[in-house]
Structure formats: C-alpha cells, structure tokens
Design a protein around this ligand. Structure first.
Ligand SMILES: Cc1cc2nc3c(=O)[nH]c(=O)nc-3n(C[C@H](O)[C@H](O)[C@H](O)COP(=O)(O)OP(=O)(O)OC[C@H]3O[C@@H](n4cnc5c(N)ncnc54)[C@H](O)[C@@H]3O)c2cc1C
Length: 405
C-alpha cells in the first residue's frame, strides 16, 4: 500500500459549478479532495452565464454576481422580434465571482482543493477503494485513495472514461465568445441571432455584470464542421450585420471558448461508488445549453445524498439522487432534445418563420422553450396557441361556407 497517498472519503474531479456544489452540501466531517486542472476557480471563462432571476433568488446567489436583462431581442436573416418574457427576467451571471463563492461554501469543511491538478486515471482495488492518479502542473504524480469518486469534469467525462463506464459524447456544443468594452451598447440588452450566419447553432450578445459586452456563437458539431470562431469572425467583420443587431464593437476583445455535451439524457448517474453530476451527466438544457442553475441545484442534492451514503455505508441515498434527477429532467430533456435536433437542421427560412412566431407566441411558451421545460399542461397550451390561428381561419372558412348554403 502507498503510505504517501492522500486519503479521503470523496474525491471530486472538477471544480466547476457541479463539483463545487456537491462539496458545499457534504457534511462538514466528510473528508473531500477536489482536483481541478485550472489554476483558479472560475477562470478561464468557458461559459456565458445566462440564467433567470427566479433561479438566482431560489439558489441564494448574492446580488452583485449577476446583471439583469431588461430587453431581449431575436434576429434571423429577415425577421426581428422583441422576445416576450412576461414576468421572467433573464440575468447574466458573473461566473468567476459565482464559482469562487460556491467554492467558499466548503472552505470550513474537511476539504482540500487542489488547483492546477489533473486527474489522470483510477482503478478499483480489491478492497473496493479507488486508487486515483493525479498530477499537479510541474510536479510529479500523486495517488488519492477514496471510497467514492464524483465525476464533475464536465464534457471530459474524465472518471467515467478512465473506468470504461461511459464514452465522451460524440455530439458537442462548441462555443466561442469575444468580450469587448461596453462602449455605447445598452448594458441591460440581450440579443440572440439565428440563420445563415450560424448554421446548426445560434449567436448571442449581452452586457455583463462587470461592464463589458460579450458577443458569442455556439454550434453543434458534427452537425456542422465549421468552427464557432470562424462564424464569429464573419459576424465581427460584417458591419451592416452588426448595425442591424444594434451592436458597436470597440477595441481588442478577450476570447473565451467552451464545450458541452449535446446528446440525449442518460438516466444512469450512479455506477457503484462512482457518481456523475453536471455536464458529465448531461445536465444542461438541450434547448439552449443552460446548465449552471441545474448543476448547482442537483449538485447540492448529490452532496446531501452522498453525505448520507458515506455515513451509513449504503448506496440507497445515491439511488434517491438518481431517481430525483430522472424525475426532474427526463421528460423535459426528451422533448428538449427533439427541439435541439430539429433546430440543428433548420434552414435560414425556417428561422425566419420561427423568429416571427416567437413574437406572436405568449411569453409562457417562449420562456418554457428557453428554459427547456415541457410539462404536459404547458405543451397542451403551447400547441393550442400554435393551432389557434389555423383553427380561427378554418372556423372563418366554415362560417362563410355555412353562410352561403
Ligand atoms: C459556450 C458555452 C456557453 C454556455 N452558456 C451557458 C449559459 O449562458 N448559461 C448556463 O447556465 N450554462 C451555459 N453553458 C453550460 C454551462 O457552462 C455548463 O452546463 C456548466 O459549466 C457545467 O458545469 P460542470 O461543473 O458540470 O462542468 P464545467 O463547468 O465544465 O467544470 C468542470 C471542470 O473540471 C475541470 N476538469 C476537467 N477534466 C479534469 C481533470 N481530468 N482533472 C481535473 N479537472 C478537470 C475542467 O477544467 C472544468 O473547469 C454554456 C456552455 C458553453 C460551452
């Protein structure tokens, strides 16, 4: 046995919102090691941070870590609409601040956060414990012996792949963002654009909590073989297009890029003492790839259930985590994935129709689609609102025919 090995009850791989939220709700005395390959929590930025006011309030995210969007507009090649949001308020999270705050939630616990440290591989020993190899940048290998491992490594699926439990997803949403000074742009305005500039994806622009403007493009690969950066560069070079979106770009931008899985929801989250959470469990909504609020919510729930499992030595609580996630996500993500695969094939003319329709639909339908929520009653109302113009036209035709008879 390796006497220099680090030991803990729970090894968490990945210090993103999912892994950090698990650590935050584990009981104080459950010993935890988080290995995170980046040198700082929350940096580099790999996400846009779009969320909703109702969720930041529910999750207790402090003010100052987000900015609200008061107006959101959608553009396609020939259509433009102000998106009806009703009472829903979109916000943009300051993710470096937020993720550091999430990390602080477990600072007082029996927890070690190893930054700049990569999880390499793991194996289950005969005594059932996991022996994992990690490497700090510029240093040698280390060994971690743990009872449980949480895969919070995002699209890397680092633990699941190492153990042959699941393969890295073949279909990915890949995004690039440029961040500019705010300049003349309205800080509380959000823009989303579709069509010929962003085949198999969409673009966005919004103000951030620290007074900058982010302009980005995300696409699904391999549905398109073009990179989001090529598309974003084409947008940035096209001054008339920027004018139409109402955007002014100044100075040299900072560049951010990120990847997330874009595959159907897989309900298996627990593999003995190995559990997945966050993007490695495909938690981001299939409609627009919004994952942060879901990762925090379900990550916190996993921390509680895993704490019970560590205390009792039984894995029943982990099954509860898996079941609750299934209940919360399975149906919505099935519908959402249908929307995702359909939209990825849309031609510019389809987007023109969609953007026009977005302006005519009620806010309930639009917000439900953006949030990736499709309860049956909502679907029925959305279908009715889509069918209403058709039914009205048909009724009119019948009336005029009846009138002639
Ligand atoms: C371009 C883009 C835009 C997005 N926009 C939004 C948005 O507007 N709103 C929203 O809610 N969501 C958005 N998302 C999705 C959201 O970012 C993710 O759902 C969320 O970050 C997932 O959190 P996570 O903790 O599971 O994984 P991650 O955030 O990916 O964190 C995992 C961490 O693990 C680390 N890691 C990986 N492998 C190892 C290893 N072997 N060893 C050690 N560390 C490792 C990684 O460096 C990473 O930092 C976006 C995603 C992308 C790519």
């Amino acid at each position: 046995m390796d006497s220099t090995a680090l030991r803990c009850d729970v090894l968490i791989v990945g210090g993103g919102p999912a892994g950090l939220s698990v650590a935050a709700t584990l009981p104080d005395d459950v010993s935890t090691i988080i290995v995170h390959q980046d040198h700082e929590i929350g940096l580099p930025i790999r996400t846009s941070g779009g969320c909703w006011m109702q969720d930041v309030v529910r999750l207790g995210i402090p003010e100052g870590m987000y900015i609200r969007l008061d107006v959101s507009e959608a553009f396609s090649d020939t259509a433009h609409t102000v998106i009806p949001m009703g009472d829903a308020v979109p916000v943009i999270l300051d993710t470096p601040k937020l993720y550091k705050w999430l990390a602080q939630q477990s600072d007082h616990k029996d927890r070690r956060l190893l930054l700049g440290t990569k999880f390499l591989t793991t194996r289950q020993r005969e005594d059932g414990l996991y022996e994992s190899k990690i490497r700090a940048r510029g240093a040698g290998h280390d060994t971690v012996i743990s009872t449980y491992i949480v895969d919070g490594s995002g699209w890397h699926f680092a633990v699941l792949e190492a153990l042959g439990l699941a393969r890295k997803p073949a279909r990915l949403a890949v995004g690039t963002e440029y961040e500019y000074p705010m300049g003349q742009n309205a800080p509380n305005r959000g823009v989303i654009f579709f069509g010929s500039k962003v085949p198999a994806g969409y673009g966005w622009a919004f103000g951030t909590a620290h007074g900058t403007l982010r302009l980005g493009v995300g696409v699904i690969q391999p549905d398109t073989d073009k990179s989001p950066r090529e598309m974003l560069d084409a947008v940035v070079r096209d001054q008339p297009y920027l004018d139409r979106l109402g955007l002014t770009l100044e100075g040299e931008p900072m560049v951010h890029s990120g990847i997330l899985p874009s595959v159907a929801y897989d309900e298996q989250l627990v593999f003995g003492n190995v559990i997945r959470v966050g993007d490695s469990a495909n938690f981001a909504t299939p409609t627009v790839g919004e994952g942060i609020r879901v990762c925090i919510d379900l990550g916190r729930m996993l921390g509680v259930q895993l704490g019970k499992a560590v205390r009792t030595g039984r894995n029943g609580p982990l099954r509860t985590y898996e079941r609750k996630c299934r209940r919360q996500l399975k149906r919505d993500y099935k519908w959402g994935f249908l929307v995702n695969t359909r939209a990825a094939r849309y031609k510019p003319a389809d987007w023109d129709r969609s953007v026009r329709r977005m302006g005519m639909l009620g806010s309930e339908a639009v917000v439900a689609t953006l949030r990736g929520e499709f309860p049956p009653a909502k679907i029925a109302r959305i279908m009715l609102s889509l069918l209403r113009p058709y039914l009205r036209a048909r009724l009119k035709r019948l009336r005029s025919r009846f009138g002639r008879v």
